[in-house]
Design a protein around this ligand. Structure first.
Ligand code: NDP
Length: 341
């Protein structure tokens, strides 16, 4: 019984794989090159129940065929995590929209072709970006939940990199649910989408630590290196979730039938830069006087009067408490300081 995890080299996928291995699943990851595959295998200590296959380009329609041809009916669950997560590009369609959408289509088509009898459940890592109307963040009359969709279409998607990334997640998730509807008479698997907001937390391995981290963690890394005299930039504001809770949600989705057909809105709490500096200043003496102090206790964690995120259904379905901001930032920053010593 194996779990296929696409994009295994990524920040979130490595935590998912770690949780799966801990629970004795066999894991087949995909990576874009042999070097990346070998490096990841080694980081996990080359366990016998982890193999990494090379899928160089998930945009090719037959991209995942070889994986299914090689592993056949042993693949019981699929977690499609791979998707470009950045906003800098001179070609949003080529770099963001097409890989997100075609990658999702191609994994689903491959499952239909090779695993329609054997794959039991599929989990797709979507995003709050697929759910949220970003024009209404400060509107207190706007509540979004597991049924909400980002209203952006292609015209908005091409405005800038942020819009393109957000739309890439929406278009990919929409495609997935449409695929499920259109193929319901011929497939035997269910779908759950996991929709996180900003995902923070430590890297699975200290060795992952480089001068630049994955997109979401790099934002915290930058705060650690902001000088004490700088103004607190509270335009860095949003909702966050701990990467370990995101990983747990993926595992729950393959273990608990009641999560099938559901979109999981993964939000722990609101935050802004002030809240993160508060944790840094309170919990890391070595950062006091080296990062901005601002006005402690006044951040968005304590007071937020804008859009309301209602993920009560997700919380009830998952049934485990999400890590609070303090724990997530403590563990993230501790790793930054340890690795940069
Ligand atoms: P990472 O950038 O760390 O991981 C992305 C993964 O996707 C990597 O394995 C990467 O491969 C792979 N990938 C990227 N582009 C392509 C492509 N064109 N073809 C094939 N593979 C590709 O990001 P995260 O771990 O943070 O993100 C994982 C998933 O979670 C994504 O779907 C993202 O949209 C979603 N997400 C992330 C959030 C966050 O705050 N981190 C929030 C909400 C959703 P390689 O290593 O070769 O680049």
């Amino acid at each position: 019984m194996s779990v296929l995890v696409t994009g295994s080299t990524g920040f979130i996928a490595q935590h998912i794989i770690s949780h799966l291995l801990e629970q004795n699943y066999s894991v087949i990851g995909t990576a874009r090159s042999q070097t990346k595959a070998a490096t990841l295998q080694k980081k996990f200590g080359n366990p016998s129940n982890l193999s990494i296959d090379v899928v160089p380009d998930m945009v090719k329609p037959d991209a995942f065929y070889e994986v299914f041809e090689e592993h056949g009916p042993s693949i019981m669950y699929v977690m499609h995590v791979a998707s470009p997560f950045f906003t800098e590009s001179d070609n949003y369609k080529r770099d963001l929209l097409i890989p997100a959408v075609e990658g999702t289509k191609n994994i689903l088509e491959a499952i239909k072709k090779f695993g329609s009898e054997t794959v039991k459940h599929v989990v797709i890592t979507s995003s709050v970006a697929a759910m949220f109307d970003f024009t209404r963040d400060e509107d207190p009359t706007y509540t979004y939940d597991e049924d909400s969709w980002n209203p952006d279409e292609m015209q908005e998607a091409l405005i800038d990199g942020g819009h393109a990334y957000n739309a890439s997640k929406k278009f990919a998730e929409k495609l997935a649910w449409k695929f499920m509807e259109e193929n319901k008479s011929t497939i035997n698997f269910g779908l759950t989408t996991v929709c996180p907001c900003y995902v923070f937390g430590p890297q699975q391995f200290d060795e992952n630590f480089g001068s630049v981290l994955n997109t979401s963690c790099e934002l915290i890394h930058k705060l650690v290196h902001t000088s004490a005299g700088a103004a607190v930039d509270n335009s860095f504001v949003g909702n966050f979730i701990d990467v370990r809770d995101v990983a747990k949600a993926h595992i729950a989705a393959i273990q608990r039938p009641e999560l099938s057909g559901k979109r999981l809105l993964m939000i722990s709490s609101r935050f802004n830069a002030q809240d993160i500096y508060d944790v840094m200043n309170e919990d890391f003496p070595e950062l006091q006087g080296n990062v901005p102090k601002g006005n402690p206790g006044t951040g968005a964690l304590h007071h937020w009067a804008g859009a309301v995120a209602d993920n009560s259904r997700t919380k009830e379905l998952l049934g485990f408490p999400f890590n609070p901001l303090r724990k997530t930032i403590d563990d993230t920053v501790a790793q930054v300081l340890r690795c940069e010593k």
